[in-house]
Design a protein around this ligand. Sequence first.
Ligand code: GN1
Ligand code: MG
Length: 356
Amino acid sequence: MDTQLLNIAQHFALEGAIASIDRLGEGFINDTLTITMEGASRPGYILQRKNHNIFKNVPAMMDNIYRVTNHIKAKVVAAGGDPMRETLTVVPTIDGKLYYKDGENYWTVCVFITDSVTHDRADTEELAYKGGEGLGLFQSQLADFTEPLAETIPGFHNIRSRFEQWDEALKRDAAGRVKDLAEEISWIESRRAKMLDFWHLVETGELPMRVTHNDTKLSNVLFNKDDSVLCMIDLDTCMSSTALNDVGDALRSYTNTGAEDDKDLDRVSMDIKIYKAYVSGYLSKMRPHLTPKEIEMLPFSGIYITFEQVLRFLMDYIDGDTYYRIAYPDHNLVRTRAQYKLLTSMESQWAEMQNI
Ligand code: GN1
Ligand code: MG
């Protein structure tokens, strides 16, 4: 076992002795490992190195997660559920901090929820409905959470600040790529006003602020082995925003018939049946909490977040790939084109989305 990792893990208040530490999955942002304790056949904890480049204030992020999960735990207990399974549990260090700082790196631990599964693709309407229930449940459990949360990534889904970053990225042209991207850049510019109009509703308070997850792809919903919903995971970006950003990001991931970085654009489109199922599942939990304006704007949310993702991937390509981990040189451009294809597919089904 890596002695450096062992040393880091030993700073946390774990029950028992550590038997092994193993890598888990391939996140774009953080490094994730599992900790298995002696005598156990399955991992007991998740150890993460939080990406300090992206999360500038890890202590504030962990404080958000701690307060939000404690609020959910109280709701789960009141409903007769299992608070150790139906939300994340942050494990503090031996000296009571929510993170351990090792040089430049911030490490955190949470309890590994056993007998659970995640899914990468919403292959069935049933699964999409359940994913919608998962987000609806999360937001509804937090509908009465009124304390302020730290804005850990300023302007995360705020298209006005994304456009400010975008304008600077174009001016900088750090990787000298702008000259070859006239068409892709026009995709962004032609929709600028429309996207800012939507964000204006948030700025004026017509769309209320709520506790939101902000990274609601299907793989961030944890299910029981029978595919009933357990909870939302990966709470790093949990902040205050409009509920619609969460719905939009989920629609972006669930409804896509292809991959986020599909090279074959013919495979990429929005599946309207999955759209309908997701929205139904979400509303089954959240409808009582939503305002008429939120319901009215719900169909636009997928277009808004998919547009934002096109912008973010393209901006990272222009910047020379400094944000997203890439697997090959043009990866961010491939992602841009695939997400743009999804965006146009959503736009072409706008009337049907509104009818639903
Ligand atoms: C990032 O690391 P991951 O996969 O949880 C990103 C999301 C993007 C997503 C695109 C903090 O999420 O906003 O939608 O990649 N998270 C952050 O796949 O930027
Ligand atoms: Mg994430």
